[in-house]
Design a protein around this ligand. Sequence first.
Ligand code: GLN
Length: 247
Amino acid sequence: MSLEIVVVHPDLLGTYGDGGNGVVLAQRARWRGIAAELVDATSGEALPTGDLYCLGGGEDAAQTASAERLRDEGALERAVGRGAVVLAVCAGYQILGTSFAGADGRAISGVGLLDVRTVKGNGRRAVGELLAEPADGRLPQLTGFENHGGLTIRGPDVAPLAEVAAGVGNGDGTEGAVFGRVIGTYLHGPALARNPALADLLLSWATGRRLEPLDDAEEAALREERIAAVRERRLRHRVRYELGSSS
Ligand code: GLN
């Protein structure tokens, strides 16, 4: 049996390189001797049956088109009903909610797999590194970058994925959402290249197996470099602020 990993609508949700999440999942499965098939499911075709689905970020108009296609089809909801695992990033995360703001600010219906809704933020677009402390203590710090205008409000039964340490995330000090085997997040990177522990959590859900550790020295070096960059930038801001305030 092969693990079916589906990258959903890369033609619409491919702006930020989040298709890499599918590549990471397939490769980390294969490194452990688990056969995995990676399928790019463009919006013109029927969504294939899979064990793991990845949705990425995209522009407002493409996001609306993808949401409409998924809502009409209903295949993603059926897959989750069968126990499929989903990782959805940014526009993909917003699509999984009950509604999100379209290009003109009007609410567009989402797929409703997560009880979250996204509204247009009234401040600046959230752009930059995003660092978050996971609510699940088994995961290490989450690192990525964000680029979104929407702010996401969670319903009472949906847990956040993490607390924001640097950046904006959902906009209320939390980052992302988890419900069952569905995870939504604002982390680009791709998120699973920067956070291999998150990739392994998804793989363990999908396979029902405890996975042996891999040599993640390269990933650890990348994480260190990115997390240090956030710290340095904060320090630079502080120095600039202190210089600014004393002159
Ligand atoms: N269009 C959405 C927003 O700006 C999502 C952007 C993205 O996917 N990076 O909030």
